[in-house]
Design a protein around this ligand. Structure first.
Ligand SMILES: [Zn+2]
Ligand SMILES: [Zn+2]
Ligand SMILES: [Zn+2]
Length: 389
């Protein structure tokens, strides 16, 4: 295992803060050290004011998110296009000859594997989900070393993308291992890359290795945004005193405590022990507030419908919140489920159709759609498992 100093050096080099030829180290106000919450983290080495850029990270690898159930071009990410075609060499879905010209790196890797079935039989969604891990095979030695220094969950559910890929290709064992490790590193550390508002693009995940070293808190002191080049700009969101760990938030910051904690446990496998999670006043909405939220959502939706704005972004968000309120009610009172089922399903379906691919869509939109939408055939208890601790 790399020491914290070695890792700091790799990080600085990756960010362009260290020039190995003349050994010049640019100034930086943080370092990689043992974290207060376990493992390693990013620690301020001096006082940092609010709003200061800490670093600009770029993805080691990126690709369509695994929760994506929509078909899209594996190069430019756009979806809802009629002219899509499957590459006859690698089965990746493409939208144009321009995108085809850009996909040679991905294509060369996949086309090198012996196929077990005809190209037509290969599910493009499986290809799309495995793509980020496939791209890890193109990393150079230094990049691989950086990726292996990141924490990675080794539970069997991580790497399912590659198991599915193996139905179609004969993949050498070593390569399979590398891709499974990439899946584990992605599941542990990847960030959803925001797509510009209004653009119909598949949502992507990116392995931002420096940001991946930041630990989680539901009261973070850093925030991040993206530029057009998929770079992640990480800034302080409040004053950070020297010696303090720099945290980001892996879940939705505005979600309730139950939702945040269950999301973190299901996706990142830890129970958050931060100050906010321990605060009893942060806990669930009371029944009366839940009822108020229900009435407000219904009233505003009725007004928007009267104005002919059923497909507006605001309407999508209101459907999401109406759904979340109904689902929360059914979670608390399972005997009400049968009566609420059809509305729980129809509201998340409406929200999903309007908001999918939007930058401001709630992070759990797709998960809710899959578990609580009309096409889910799971039993009642399992459907609500995504909401409960
Ligand atoms: Zn394209
Ligand atoms: Zn191809
Ligand atoms: Zn917390």
């Amino acid at each position: 295992m790399l020491s914290s100093n070695q890792l700091t050096q790799i990080v600085h080099k990756y960010l362009g803060l260290y020039n190995s030829t003349d050994c010049i180290q640019q100034f930086c106000k943080w370092t990689v050290r043992e974290s207060t919450v376990g493992g390693r983290g990013i620690i301020a080495t001096e006082d940092i004011p609010c709003g200061e850029v800490l670093f600009v990270d770029r993805p080691l690898i990126f690709g369509p998110r695994c929760g994506n159930v929509i078909r899209g071009c594996t190069v430019c990410s756009k979806f809802e296009d009629d002219g899509f075609f499957k590459c006859s060499l690698c089965a990746l879905l493409l939208c144009s000859t321009e995108c085809q010209d850009f996909h040679t790196d991905d294509c060369n890797i996949i086309a090198g594997w012996k196929k077990k079935v005809d190209i037509e039989e290969i599910d493009e969604i499986v290809m799309s989900h495995a793509l980020a891990a496939i791209r890890a095979l193109s990393l150079n030695q230094e990049q691989k070393q950086f990726m292996s220094a990141l924490a990675a969950h080794t539970l069997p559910q991580h790497g399912g993308e590659i198991i599915k890929l193996k139905q179609y290709f004969e993949i050498p064992e070593e390569i399979e291992k590398d891709m499974i490790f990439a899946c584990q590193a992605l599941d542990t550390n990847a960030f959803q890359i925001a797509t510009p508002y209004g653009k119909k693009e598949m949502s992507l995940r990116g392995l931002y290795p420096v940001a991946g070293l930041m630990n989680h808190s539901c009261l973070p002191n850093a925030t991040y945004s993206y530029n057009d080049e998929r770079q992640m700009i990480v800034k302080t969101s409040r004053f950070i005193a020297a010696g303090t760990e720099i945290f980001t938030c892996y879940s939705g910051i505005l979600w309730g405590t139950t939702t945040r904690r269950s999301y973190l446990f299901k996706t990142k496998h830890f129970w958050c022990k931060c100050e906010r999670c321990a605060d009893p006043t942060e806990n669930e909405l009371t029944e009366s507030r839940l009822s108020l939220k229900l009435v407000l959502c219904r009233d505003i939706l009725a007004t928007l419908a009267a104005l002919g704005l059923e497909d507006s972004h605001l309407c999508g968000l209101l459907f999401y919140h109406l759904h979340a309120t109904l689902a929360e009610r059914a979670r608390r009172h399972p005997d009400l489920y049968d009566g609420l089922k059809s509305e729980i399903e129809s509201t998340i379906e409406r929200a999903y159709r309007i908001l999918r691919g939007d930058i401001s869509a709630p992070v759990d939109l797709e998960l809710r759609y899959r578990y609580l939408g009309p096409d889910c055939e799971k039993p009642q208890q399992e459907r609500f498992s995504i909401l409960s601790i």
